[in-house]
Ligand binder design. Sequence first.
Ligand SMILES: Cc1cc2nc3c(=O)[nH]c(=O)nc-3n(C[C@H](O)[C@H](O)[C@H](O)COP(=O)(O)O)c2cc1C
Length: 185
Amino acid sequence: MCNGKHVLGVSGSLRAASLNTVFLRAMSLLCPVGITFEIYDSLDKIPLFNVDDESKPKPAVDHWRNALSRADLILIASPEYAHGVTGVIKNALDWIVSSGELLDKPLSLPNLSVRAHLAHSQLSEILSVMGAVLTEECCPRSTLDAPYTLPDATEFALIENAQICSRLNELWRKIELVITNTKKL
Ligand SMILES: Cc1cc2nc3c(=O)[nH]c(=O)nc-3n(C[C@H](O)[C@H](O)[C@H](O)COP(=O)(O)O)c2cc1C
């Protein structure tokens, strides 16, 4: 069992009924004892990235950077838009290219879509170049036979589905293993 570890969930979709956010809420309901899980809910406050403002960032950018720094692992769930990553997640990540909050940071990046793969591999590349540590076991992929989300399902419906619940718990076990074996940065 982990003690005092903190995981930050980040959704790349601002949509109220986002499948990616619902997945994070379901993960929150299943969060193991000894781990705290926070879903970052302020990506929409982050201004558009401007290199000129990097060294004097707005409070929303400091807030984002601090939230990432505090986390032992970051769980990102983000959809594909037009064969690419969403502007929301890319904008937030551009703000930390130089400040380096993802350097050596363990990351979980599930692909919740059964058909999209371009955005997931792009995001994986973006996060890797920023120094994040992505482990295969923490980056599962939804398939038609084994989804992690369901259309229009609430987080409660997801954890009431025995197979999905078991998959989410399995992901938590893998996350726990990674953060147990990672020294505090
Ligand atoms: C503007 C836009 C572009 C999209 N482009 C793609 C795409 O290229 N490939 C794909 O598989 N799905 C695409 N979709 C579908 C979304 O990935 C899908 O609806 C996903 O559930 C959205 O994530 P969310 O539910 O967390 O908001 C697109 C949706 C929108 C709104």
